[in-house]
Design a protein around this ligand. Sequence first.
Ligand SMILES: NC(=O)C1=CN([C@@H]2O[C@H](COP(=O)(O)OP(=O)(O)OC[C@H]3O[C@@H](n4cnc5c(N)ncnc54)[C@H](OP(=O)(O)O)[C@@H]3O)[C@@H](O)[C@H]2O)C=CC1
Ligand SMILES: O=C1O[C@H](COP(=O)(O)O)[C@@H](O)[C@H](O)[C@H]1O
Length: 485
Amino acid sequence: MDSVSFILFGATGDLAKRKIFPALYNLFLDEKLTAPFSIIGLSRREWTDEAFQLHVKESLSHFSRRFRKEENRLAEFLQAFRYCALDVTSSADYEPVLNLIESREEELGIQGNRLFYLSVAPEFFDIIASNIKERGIGTSKGWKRLVIEKPFGHDLASAQQLNEKLSTAFREDEIYRIDHYLGKQMVQNLESLKLANPIFQSLWNNQNISSVQITASETVGVEERANYYDRAGAIRDMFQNHMLQLLMMTAMQFPEQIGPEYIRHEKRKIMKSLRSLTKENVAFQVIRGQYDSGEINGKQVAAYKEEPGVESSSTNDTFIAARLWIDDPSWRGVPFYIRTGKRMEKKSTKIVIEFKNTLHDLQEGHNEKATPNLLIIEISPNESVSLQLNLKNPLNYGQAEPVTLHFSAPGKDVPEAYESLIYDALRGDPTFFAHWKEVELSWNWVQPVLEAFAENILPLHSYPAGSMGPKAAHQLLEEDGFKWW
Ligand SMILES: NC(=O)C1=CN([C@@H]2O[C@H](COP(=O)(O)OP(=O)(O)OC[C@H]3O[C@@H](n4cnc5c(N)ncnc54)[C@H](OP(=O)(O)O)[C@@H]3O)[C@@H](O)[C@H]2O)C=CC1
Ligand SMILES: O=C1O[C@H](COP(=O)(O)O)[C@@H](O)[C@H](O)[C@H]1O
């Protein structure tokens, strides 16, 4: 891997503190950051290099699990950090930034490879990209890459506009759109679960699978993010990006070859085959909900409308469930159910593949207990794969009963999502980043839902905090003869 300048916009912010510095520190400790490297922090406040280094140190003391264990290497790591104050909207402020980048590159002998990480509010993405171009910061002997955070747009039109603006400064292959769900180890494992296991390869289709469910439930509420969340809702915050990425990763067929372009091609094919909705029929396929007060882990919590910063008349969605259909030969007839929400009973992200229940079909009326085979992929908080099978129990008159084969991935010391993703961006592997076409196709599917929500065409179901969502979300599956696992 090349030596790089890592240029961090929004260096004093929350994401930098909680995720980016700890990820960089781990990469450094694991010798995955090629020495020498330069890290330049940028944001408005007037900090010295020393103040910035102290901030990084404090962030690591709170958020890095390896801080105490490997403190002896900390000074070496912090030496790489420099700081420059800049207002991203002021073109003149970019000149000292360029000077600093170049002087550090010269001092360290770095060949001009520059990774720009935009950990700032999305309204700044385009102005930063164009200033990087205009002010010559992206012009050097080495490569340049742009890493951007979500959200990528607010709807289809704004995402398209943003992409157009970014593409005047960066080529698509230079843009790395972070979706941190793609950095989760079990999501990255989906590819090998299918590819490396012929038994699943041959079963991964509508001949054998009756339905697929993807759940991301959270116990947290809106926290201090009402200003953003009340305009985004679960549909933009989780569904359009993370949930649809999980759908693509689950449903994509085996690429002809391993490689980012082949995988991304397969993902795009899934999105193109998704049956589109119209604003008028959204209500038949989508359930929206908002949490009411309730109890979570023995603690009483407030209703969404009573959260600080939320209007008492808010119709924002804190829960969404949907039934999607992939109209291609492999998946035709298999419903994909997706649900995600805040203030639910438990924190759990998982994918459940339900196989067709042939035993049940053969012995209708005789063997009520035969449950379908299930492949359960737990993504968080635990990382595991379980396969539920049926076996006869000789102690119970030979009745078929479910038994489970279970594998738990080693939780400790597994790289966190940000660590894997930053490493991939540094070495130029875009496999687990969202390609523009995936993002555009996702917005395209979601757009009628946004419109139906905005026009209040479908009911807003309330659900008690601490539950698994509104009743209507259960009915959505029951009407097809399924249930959420
Ligand atoms: N925090 C999280 O967990 C997550 C965040 N994200 C995304 O990451 C990005 C950053 O989020 P987060 O860190 O939470 O946001 P914060 O509000 O905590 O940080 C924003 C950063 O931007 C800087 N900034 C604001 N205005 C300017 C300006 N005009 N010029 C230069 N710098 C400016 C701020 O520093 P200063 O005030 O000193 O200028 C600060 O460093 C957003 O796109 C967010 O959606 C995505 C997933 C999770
Ligand atoms: O992107 C986001 O994700 C988190 C959930 O992430 P997880 O890794 O804890 O599952 C969510 O809480 C947040 O609202 C959203 O912006």
